[in-house]
Design a protein around this ligand. Structure first.
Ligand code: GSH
Length: 381
């Protein structure tokens, strides 16, 4: 039996980078396989019900798992050493908030700094897509294979995320601030929560490596000037020989507080709008068991400016992952969490959606319509 994991994905894909970094950290043997048309038709689409999406991981037993968060969950349940879940409630919640931030909110700067700086990035990105999709074409013309995906993803900033002339200045200002906060944090700690990485580190790494550190414009202007952030990227891109400990006493570093304050002010405001719209959609479609990927648009605000983004019920499911450790915590832990949030002025008021969701078999399901709903974290295939 082949003992390797197969990671189907692309060097320049945000969520592929997240999973790759995780596999490296755990020291699991894997091979990364680019997704040509043939692989898309023979592996990806059969595994996802027809959706060409990366990453997909094939386990040594031959099972395919789609969705980066579920890949990490499933592998964590098998490979217990070097756990990426800290022991205390506060640290677990902060880890999941960073997962939510990296996976669902850093798409704004990641997409903006890739697609709105075409003069600097376009040739590189066409080549990267082309190498992935058409590895058998002669090298000189492979970039042509990148044209189709460039049309598909190039419209994301404007049409899916509502990035436009009026909100770009505040988006850029927030990005620089965030990168400075992270650079400051990594000048004191190796990872978000001390001497070893958590779920949140891997989710941050996705956009920060695959977009910021590889695309020519952000690499030069955003990453190179920040040496501590750069050093964390290097750590996350290798298998560490030795790892340290979580910060003692369920402590959260002060240097993460401004990031969490800004996230809770803006991203959670947006997610509450997604939850409301999703509940409305479900009440209008009472027979539906699964949800569409997009249900219209919702407003968001980012660092003081506004926009409209496609409404993805998937964001609700990601938010529910943050709630999960809270549901099983005892009173003492809950008090400690509430006190800390209050003292630090982090506006996170856990809100349980009326219709919880589960992501399974590449679709979002109403949790109450599944035969065996179980935990939100256990459904991947
Ligand atoms: N939630 C998924 C997101 C995967 C995703 O959006 N992948 C991008 C590439 S980075 C893609 O393949 N998109 C195709 C599409 O959205 O149709 C995960 O965490 O794996």
């Amino acid at each position: 039996m082949d003992e390797h994991y197969h990671l189907y994905g692309s060097q320049v894909s945000y969520y592929t980078a997240k999973v790759r970094s995780y596999l490296l950290y755990k020291g699991l043997p894997f091979i990364q396989i680019p997704v040509s048309e043939k692989i898309a038709n023979e592996v990806i689409k059969p595994a996802t019900g027809g959706w060409r999406v990366v990453p997909v991981v094939r386990t040594p037993r031959g099972e395919c798992i789609q969705d980066s968060s579920i890949i990490l969950d499933e592998l964590e349940s098998v490979h217990k050493e070097r756990s990426i879940t800290p022991p205390g409630l506060k640290q677990q919640v902060v880890s999941s908030l960073f997962e939510l931030l990296g996976d669902d909110w850093l798409v704004y700067p990641a997409m903006h700094y890739r697609w709105n700086f075409k003069r600097h990035n376009l040739l590189y990105i066409l080549n990267a897509f082309g190498n992935n999709r058409q590895p058998d074409w002669p090298k000189a013309i492979r970039w042509l294979g990148g044209i189709k995906p460039a049309f598909k993803f190039g419209i994301v900033p404007r049409l899916m995320l509502g990035i436009n002339k009026s909100n770009i200045p505040t988006l850029e200002a927030w990005t620089l601030e965030l990168l400075d906060w992270l650079d400051d944090h990594f000048s004191r700690h190796n990872y978000l929560l001390g001497g070893r990485p958590c779920y949140g580190d891997f989710s941050l790494y996705g956009p920060l490596h695959a977009h910021f550190a590889l695309d020519p414009y952000p690499r030069k202007h955003l990453i190179q000037p920040r040496q501590h952030l750069h050093a964390w990227l290097e750590r996350m891109g290798a298998t560490p020989q030795h790892i340290g400990e979580w910060l003692p006493g369920d402590d959260i570093p002060e240097s993460l507080v401004p990031i969490l304050q800004s996230q809770c002010r803006d991203q959670l405001h947006h997610i509450h709008a997604v939850i409301d719209k999703t509940a409305h959609w479900i009440s209008q479609h009472p027979k539906a068991e699964t949800l569409p990927r997009f249900i219209g648009q919702v407003d968001y605000r980012l660092n003081g400016s506004e926009g409209k983004r496609l409404c993805t019920p998937y964001s609700q499911w990601m938010y529910e992952r943050v709630l999960e450790p809270i549901e099983t915590a005892d009173q003492e832990q809950l008090h400690a969490l509430a006190d800390w949030l209050n003292t630090k002025n982090i506006r996170f008021e856990p809100m349980q959606p009326v219709y919880p969701l589960v992501f399974q078999r590449s679709k979002l399901w109403r949790r109450d319509r599944l035969d065996q709903p179980g935990s939100r974290r256990q459904y991947g295939r």
